[in-house]
Write a protein that binds this ligand. Structure first.
Ligand code: HEM
Ligand code: ISQ
Length: 145
């Protein structure tokens, strides 16, 4: 039932793969979000010119998001639950982020991790990311309320 050491290790190692080519994977990530949710372009101040691979803000923001999903995996393993900082709740409440948008970002995270790990991808790895993402999304939604 609990999040296992193996699942935590899978998330950690694929987080390293993501960081290994951060600028490329950040572009993949933003394109995947915008393909399903064009409105997101207006939600991020730094997307004024669309997805510009030379804009360092893309990587900065993507790194924060993926880093928090990794942190979620660590929290799940060490204490069995995930808590989000109050500020994360207020930012997303302010931007009026919806459940449907959380689902779009989830699919984009999974697609990006698949690209990052290449032939190391399997269902177990995918499922570990899903569990960690869902737990962090739930914690943010709770902090939004
Ligand atoms: C801001 C994390 C889901 C929209 C932030 C920030 C963090 C963060 C750390 C503040 C720093 C930064 O801007 O990079 C997360 C995590 C998510 C999540 C971990 C899922 C588990 C979403 C979703 C949306 C969204 C689904 C809607 C498309 C935004 C916006 C900002 C923001 C618009 C403000 C960006 C700006 O300053 O221009 N998020 N987020 N987030 N998030 Fe999220
Ligand atoms: C949501 N929150 C923070 C950063 C993000 C970067 C890309 C797409 C969605 C995001």
């Amino acid at each position: 039932s609990g999040f296992t050491e193996k699942q935590e290790a899978l998330v950690n190692s694929s987080w390293e793969a993501f960081k290994g080519n951060l600028s490329q994977h950040s572009v993949t990530f933003f394109n995947a979000v915008l393909e399903k949710e064009p409105e997101a372009k207006n939600m991020f101040s730094f997307l004024g010119n669309g997805v510009d691979p030379s804009n360092p803000k893309l990587a900065e923001h993507a790194e924060k998001l993926f880093g928090l999903v990794r942190d979620s995996a660590i929290q799940l393993k060490t204490k069995g639950e995930v808590v989000a900082e109050a500020k994360l709740g207020s930012i997303h409440a302010e931007k009026k982020v919806t459940d449907a948008q959380f689902a779009v970002v989830k699919e984009a995270v999974l697609k990006t991790i698949k690209e990052a790990v290449g032939d190391k991808w399997d269902e177990e790895l995918n499922s570990a990311w899903e569990i960690a993402y869902d737990a962090m999304a739930a914690a943010i939604k709770k902090a939004m309320a």
